[in-house]
Design a protein around this ligand. Structure first.
Ligand code: AMP
Ligand code: GLY
Length: 417
């Protein structure tokens, strides 16, 4: 098959690696031809980079090249209509429509969807101005969520009145993100869990559960980032809790997608909080998680490519994919200044010694790979136990170095009791 992945980071590097590794004994193991747009220098080692300037030219290229399957990595391209445009010209795409991606891009759309379909989540009110916000946010802690895009700064978990003031200052006085509504939400407590599903109409399959680590520093200290690492395993929670998540959250969501005629074919990410009173939704993402993908996908065996090819047409053939036992841990190495800024051009050393390495933000130069973004690399390893996977992932991460490198030392260890 000819397969195109849209995106350019560590998640896409992991998706392409999984798509290229076809170990299924049921299907002929023909090597697939992989493409990635916009891609990166490191991804180009396994996937060619089509020459396209935007989504419409990419879709036109996919038609002329005879692409069999498009897989959406980054949500940006789905929000620009990648899946709709593929559908219009008859190219198979595993990714939801522009309309459905509001589950990720609009907090109010997602919360209204959850309320309508009885998906458990925190109580909330949608407010239009500061007076309404102040009237709704009388009890602390409270969570404030700007409805539109806010450069990753749209959510504030407020424990002090000063934090509410600071949010109002940014959103209403400075109007930093525009004039959208704000969701005022009850604060929930408990460990978080990432559940990523493949959805094909009314069918779903959960991939092994994962946990990511958003704060920059050990012990969940410091500013929030895109994610400093992830741990994944089918044993991360017990079977009873997994069944409860399916019954309380996943099934009502899939039924809601069908009832609302969203015609959902793609990955759906459920960001959950495991509260004392049961699993509660925090957020949806219309894509695989990053860095969850880097930890989850190496646990899959079989033919991921054939699986997604059929899923895009409405069938989840679970015989095509098996899940390995054990644990997978991915440690992110970030550049100096991240997350406030990032450092470009720092030379990476030791890459050749690492077995499973996904590139998030690098560029190839004559001297070798250099940093080219905030999150730079993810070193991943498998182990029979969580402790073994943690030790193996850090043994890999220890081989890599560059000026200003930042990493957490408790990925896979913190947030387990
Ligand atoms: P979101 O962008 O909605 O995923 O929120 C970012 C982070 O804020 C989440 O990963 C949680 O850690 C935290 N958060 C969001 N909503 C809540 C809530 N209702 N209660 C407690 N923490 C929350
Ligand atoms: N790891 C969180 C996300 O992908 O949004």
């Amino acid at each position: 098959m000819k397969i195109l992945v849209a995106g350019q980071g560590g998640r896409e590097h992991a998706l392409l690696t999984a798509l290229g590794a076809d170990s299924s004994s049921n299907t002929p193991s023909t090597p697939h031809t992989l493409y990635c747009w916009p891609g990166s220098d490191a991804i180009a080692e396994l996937a060619a980079r089509p020459d396209a300037s935007d989504v419409p030219t990419l879709v036109a290229w996919a038609v002329s090249e005879g692409i069999d399957l498009v897989v959406a990595g980054q949500e940006k391209y789905l929000a620009e209509g990648l899946a709709d445009q593929c559908k219009a010209v008859g190219v198979r795409c595993f990714g939801p429509s522009q309309h459905a991606t509001q589950l990720e891009s609009s907090k109010a759309f997602a919360k209204d969807f959850m309320a309508r379909h009885h998906v458990p989540t925190a109580d909330y009110t949608v407010v239009n101005n500061e007076a309404e916000l102040r009237a709704a946010a009388t009890t602390l802690p409270v969570v404030l969520k700007y409805n539109g895009l806010a450069a990753g700064k749209g959510v504030s978990v407020c424990h002090e009145p000063a934090q509410v003031d600071e949010f109002c200052e940014r959103v209403y006085q400075q109007e930093l993100y525009g004039k959208d509504t704000v969701v005022v939400e009850q604060c929930m407590f408990g460990p978080e869990l990432s559940v990523i599903c493949a959805i094909a109409g009314d069918e779903y399959r959960m991939f092994p559960h994962a946990r990511d680590y958003k704060p920059l520093l050990d012990g969940d200290a410091g500013p929030n980032t895109g994610g400093m690492g992830a741990v994944a395993s089918k044993d991360i929670i017990d079977a009873e809790l997994s069944t409860r998540i399916e019954a309380d959250v996943i099934r009502p969501t899939v039924a809601g997608l069908v009832a609302d005629e969203l015609d959902y074919h793609g990955f759906l990410y459920f960001g959950l909080m495991l509260t004392d009173t049961g699993p509660r939704m925090i957020e949806f993402n219309c894509r695989f998680g990053d860095p969850e993908a880097q930890a989850v996908l190496p646990l899959l065996e079989g033919s991921f490519a054939q699986y997604l090819y059929k899923a895009a047409a409405g069938e989840l053939d679970n015989s095509l994919l098996q899940v390995k036992d054990g644990w997978s841990v991915g440690v992110i190495l970030a550049s100096a200044g991240y997350p406030a800024s990032s450092s470009k051009g720092d030379l990476l050393s030791g890459l050749d010694a690492v077995t499973h390495l996904f590139h998030s933000g690098t560029r190839k130069t004559e001297a070798g790979y250099v940093t080219n973004g905030g999150r730079v690399l993810c070193c991943v390893a498998h182990g029979n136990t969580r402790a073994e996977a943690v030790a193996a992932a850090y043994a890999e991460a220890d081989k890599v170095s560059f000026d200003g490198m930042q990493r957490r030392n408790d990925i896979g260890t913190a947030n387990f009791d």
